[in-house]
Design a protein around this ligand. Sequence first.
Ligand code: ATP
Length: 310
Amino acid sequence: MYAGESALEAHGLGMRYRRGWALKDCSFRLPAGRICGLVGPNGAGKTTLLSIMAHVLEPTHGSISLFGEAPGSADSGQRTAFLAQEKPLFRRFTVAETLRLGQELNPGWDQHAAENIVRAGNVPFDAKIGTLSGGQHTRVALAVALGKRPDVLLLDEPMSDLDPLARQELMGTLLAETAEHGTTVLMSTHALAELENVCDYLVVLSGGGVRLAGDVDELLSVHTMVTGAKDGEGLPASLTHHSLVESRISGRQFTALIRPDGPATGPWETDSPSTEELLLAYLRSPDAPPLITPTAQVQDQAYNTRTVAA
Ligand code: ATP
């Protein structure tokens, strides 16, 4: 099932370094106009994936497309903005000169939008980039990325050095961007709680593979949190008929996140997980069965999964 146009598609994507695989056999799609959280433990492959999408790295296996084109094409380059973790800007340029450079390099530049982001953080336009605080630097880099008016915005831990108010405001800016211009956002982060009200799509990577991908509501609706009294040393036997993502025992109680394979009724309480609970359960259980919901599957997913080199 396809839900609208694909902004991004990865087909059997792999990146192998001499030390081993950074990404392996990744296949998923991100529909256009979504704000997608890219989550995973340190070393999971998030930066590698974003760098391939931004054409900073060439994959060693498989392929990727942005609106149907390879990341290296002139069209993809114009339609994509990438904010890398180190957020490179010229230290000797002033903020105003940095925005002017953005204007000269990008035909679709939106000076008004870029200036507004800088102004909202009270960053002086005549300050040199090298004199800015970490958070101010990030804000200017984000202004340059958004000023480009991209169709796809790739952000690698964009909020890590921003204060809580700045984070909230910039998350609001991303939401407004997507609502007004249909911008697709793929954003890696470790701040799971912040994803709750912003992202409507999720991709979880672990060990270089896709563990979870799909629309947030779709993902939440197929999971159930179960809490009850433990049976002997473990879970009640009837719960083990369902797909188990994670279970934890504390005292006489168990808590489990399951993907029910039918009605999950029994002597226990059930609830819907929050986005954060869902993500934490998958992060804690890298061996849980992966789930890529229908809207996140590429058409030839089964083919790619079978044929990519091990
Ligand atoms: P973090 O959350 O710590 O930023 P990440 O999910 O972004 O991690 P990546 O930076 O993509 O992870 O790294 C994935 C794996 O690839 C890691 O094991 C890393 O050591 C390895 N790796 C990344 N770049 C290289 C490189 N240039 N040469 C060799 N191995 C690399």
